[in-house]
Ligand binder design. Structure first.
Ligand SMILES: *[C@@H]1O[C@H](CO)[C@@H](O)[C@H](O)[C@H]1NC(C)=O
Ligand SMILES: *[C@@H]1O[C@H](CO)[C@@H](O)[C@H](O)[C@H]1NC(C)=O
Ligand SMILES: *[C@@H]1O[C@H](CO)[C@@H](O)[C@H](O)[C@H]1NC(C)=O
Ligand SMILES: *[C@@H]1O[C@H](CO)[C@@H](O)[C@H](O)[C@H]1NC(C)=O
Ligand SMILES: *[C@@H]1O[C@H](CO)[C@@H](O)[C@H](O)[C@H]1NC(C)=O
Ligand SMILES: *[C@@H]1O[C@H](CO)[C@@H](O)[C@H](O)[C@H]1NC(C)=O
Ligand SMILES: *[C@@H]1O[C@H](CO)[C@@H](O)[C@H](O)[C@H]1NC(C)=O
Ligand SMILES: *[C@@H]1O[C@H](CO)[C@@H](O)[C@H](O)[C@H]1NC(C)=O
Ligand SMILES: *[C@@H]1O[C@H](CO)[C@@H](O)[C@H](O)[C@H]1NC(C)=O
Ligand SMILES: *[C@@H]1O[C@H](CO)[C@@H](O)[C@H](O)[C@H]1NC(C)=O
Ligand SMILES: *[C@@H]1O[C@H](CO)[C@@H](O)[C@H](O)[C@H]1NC(C)=O
Ligand SMILES: *[C@@H]1O[C@H](CO)[C@@H](O)[C@H](O)[C@H]1NC(C)=O
Length: 577
């Protein structure tokens, strides 16, 4: 009997303790799902955020563990997924932003009043949604009046008891978002998406975790619907990437480029909060080929490698940002206790913690954040970003020219198709494959693509034969390629259907100046060579007049009609592919 009494007493005692515990629930207990252990505590308060030791209103905002079966019933028609994205990495001093987007179960969407409705257009299975609404919050508000039902708007509060801000569109804010990071929380009401920005000035360098917990309006309480978390990085290096591109390069992501052709380096600084907008930014390039140091103010620069081989290119970006002069250099704070299981609240609020020895922190930002006092009285802060890459330079096809187009005469039996031979030359390395794309006169709608491998041993000169079944005007793109490169030449061709004159004539673009130019070029070439020289010796010329040389030969095709099979332009007969 005595023992039973004791047990009953103990039971009451434990129950009481439990009640005490739940009433004293803090934000950090709810928001970090008991994963606080490895959390680093920070003493610097983020602007607009609150310490997560504040008490949590468990009555209005019930909290559920992960795996609690109630999660399955918290939303009609399925589970809501919260997608948390960030624009990290963030340069220290800039803002890092987070966006949460709620994804509703299939066929549900948010309407203009921010109620959730079934999308009537989304019934591929014969499910007919009996009720148009998933949640008609407008109705609840009108019926029960978040104003009238409860005395003094006790519902209109955040989990810490603070009242919702009075926005004009408060009716449309049916979700409560609780963001949690660095031992602090931020709460806001919103519709199906929410964003938050934090200034990283006082955040220690390194990787941190942002967590978000989302509640929806319920009848008497709020109901948790989704959680999400995302890591973010604060760095003292300017986040950047370099987009390398080169004409004729086959694959821009393999870091293999072509010799003797300019490579375009386009530096993209990742600065979504425009922190560096008023900074002086310089780009210092070392291409690794012994060409020395190039300093530029432009993020886009070109460089041509003239040797084959592997080169290490090195870029240093320097940003000089004017800042207000302060008596002391502002230094970001450091974690006061890392890996401590139960950080004491005193540490997190005591400002003297800033004096923790920075040298203990490997990611000390002091080396990169040097405030300099300049003679003109202003102060500047220097930030650097680095980029390094090893690129391979190989020979590649630099250029392709269509120097001639001729129709092929055929016996009557074969005469349904018009055959056209394209004589093509190229500069640079020898191609291993050739593709012909026939498209409409605007060159956009491809009608026919044929690719074949070619074997060329000494000189890049080949003839590609194509059949055209219908008369008309076509755009023909000829691409020659090898492992590293591919180059393209494009021409317009008009195929005559008439059986009498099966000639393929390059169509001259009907701009007068072009015609005049072609005439001049014809004249110059004629004057220079008197007679037609073999094309192989005139390629040097053709390099500069690539397009025109094609037109020039087209022009000639027009002049000389269908007899150009025996064209003196080609001394040695090119291979037929
Ligand atoms: C962050 O705060 C610092 C100091 O208050 C300020 O200099 C900086 O411009 C702010 N950054 C952004 C992106 O607003
Ligand atoms: C919702 O708003 C959009 C644009 O604001 C408008 O075009 C549309 O007609 C509205 N739909 C309804 C049902 O009011
Ligand atoms: C309905 O569409 C979804 C994808 O939108 C598909 O997964 C599902 O199988 C479809 N159901 C029926 C009955 O067609
Ligand atoms: C939802 O609420 C609006 C506004 O009170 C009302 O017009 C509408 O009829 C409601 N819909 C349903 C299905 O109750
Ligand atoms: C709120 O209560 C007042 C007074 O009781 C009443 O006049 C008003 O219509 C109510 N509002 C709503 C939206 O029910
Ligand atoms: C409602 O709030 C006002 C002040 O905001 C207060 O004076 C009043 O006593 C409150 N009423 C109740 C029932 O809590
Ligand atoms: C940076 O974030 C703060 C909130 O921490 C905000 O007040 C400020 O407007 C933001 N600045 C920019 C440039 O986004
Ligand atoms: C890189 O540059 C190329 C050529 O200018 C462009 O097509 C491509 O979209 C760029 N890529 C990125 C990620 O900016
Ligand atoms: C360049 O690097 C690649 C691997 O990245 C290697 O296979 C190749 O042999 C190197 N070429 C030279 C010339 O060092
Ligand atoms: C690349 O730049 C960094 C920083 O300026 C420098 O330390 C390094 O020596 C450079 N490397 C080369 C190969 O130039
Ligand atoms: C808090 O800072 C004060 C001085 O500002 C110091 O005397 C005190 O010991 C500190 N407390 C803790 C817990 O570090
Ligand atoms: C043909 O090449 C031109 C560039 O000369 C290009 O604009 C066009 O898109 C290409 N057409 C096809 C179908 O590939």
């Amino acid at each position: 009997m005595k023992g039973l009494c004791f047990l009953v007493f103990l039971g009451f005692f434990l129950l009481n303790e439990g009640v005490l515990y739940t009433t004293a629930k803090q934000f950090r207990d709810v928001l970090s799902h008991g994963k606080t252990s490895s959390h680093v505590r920070y003493h610097k308060k983020l602007h607009g955020w609150s310490p997560d030791q504040n008490n949590w209103n468990e009555k209005l905002y019930p909290s559920w563990e992960e795996g609690d079966p109630r999660w399955n019933d918290c939303w009609r028609g399925g589970r809501v997924v919260a997608r948390l994205t960030t624009d990290s990495p963030a340069l220290v001093g800039s803002n890092v932003s987070f966006a949460v987007i709620l994804e509703f179960p299939r066929c549900q969407k948010e309407d203009n009043d921010s109620n959730i409705i079934y999308d009537r257009n989304c019934k591929n299975d014969s499910t007919d949604f009996l009720d148009h609404y998933v949640y008609n919050w407008t109705k609840w508000i009108d019926d029960c009046g978040w104003e009238n039902c409860t005395s003094n708007n006790t519902h209109h509060v955040f989990p810490d008891g603070r009242p919702f801000p009075h926005h004009p569109g408060w009716r449309r804010r049916n979700f409560v978002y609780l963001f949690h990071t660095l031992g602090q929380y931020y709460q806001k009401t919103a519709g199906s998406s929410a964003t938050v920005s934090i200034n990283t000035t006082n955040i220690a360098l390194g990787k941190h975790l942002m967590e978000v917990l989302v509640y929806r309006r319920g009848h008497w309480t709020y109901v948790p619907v989704a959680t999400a978390s995302a890591p973010y990085v604060v760095t003292d290096q300017i986040p950047l990437f370099v987009n390398l591109s080169q004409k004729n390069d086959r694959n821009i992501s393999d870091f293999i480029f072509i010799k003797d052709s300019p490579i375009i380096f386009d530096v993209k600084i990742h600065d979504p909060s425009h922190y560096l907008n008023n900074s002086a930014i310089t780009y210092k390039w070392n291409y690794g080929d012994g060409s020395g140091l190039f300093v530029s103010n432009s993020p886009i620069i070109t460089h041509t490698y003239t040797l084959e081989g592997n080169f290490t290119l090195n870029l240093t970006v320097q940003a000089i940002k004017p800042v207000p002069c302060k008596p002391t250099t502002p230094t970001p704070p450091y974690p006061t206790s890392s890996g401590t299981k139960t950080p004491t609240p005193a540490t997190t609020t005591n400002d003297t913690a800033r004096t923790t020895n920075p040298s203990a922190n490997l990611a000390s930002p002091t080396s990169a954040s040097v405030t300099e006092y300049t003679p003109d009285g202003g102060c500047h802060i220097y930030r650097y970003g680095h980029y390094k890459a090893v690129i391979s330079i190989l020979e590649g096809i630099l250029e392709v020219n269509i120097i001639q187009m001729t129709s092929v005469l055929m016996s009557v039996a074969q005469a349904t198709n018009t055959l056209v031979d394209f004589v093509v030359t190229c500069q640079g390395s020898l191609p291993t494959n050739a593709c012909t794309t026939v498209s409409d006169p605007t060159c956009q709608v491809s009608q026919n693509v044929v690719c074949e491998s070619v074997e060329i041993t000494d000189e890049c000169l080949l003839t590609i034969r194509r059949a055209f079944s219908e008369p008309g005007t076509y755009c023909v793109n000829i691409t020659l390629g090898d492992d590293t490169s591919q180059a393209l030449a494009s021409t317009l061709i008009s195929v005559n259907g008439g059986s009498s004159s099966r000639t393929a004539q390059g169509v001259l673009i009907s701009f007068c100046f072009l015609v005049v130019f072609v005439v001049i070029v014809t004249f110059l070439l004629y004057k220079r060579y008197k007679k037609y020289k073999p094309i192989e010796r005139s390629t040097g010329q053709a390099v500069n007049h690539d397009v025109l040389s094609a037109y020039f030969s087209n022009f000639k095709a027009v002049l000389f009609g269908g007899s150009n099979e025996r064209d003196p332009l080609l001394k040695s007969k090119p291979r037929i592919v």
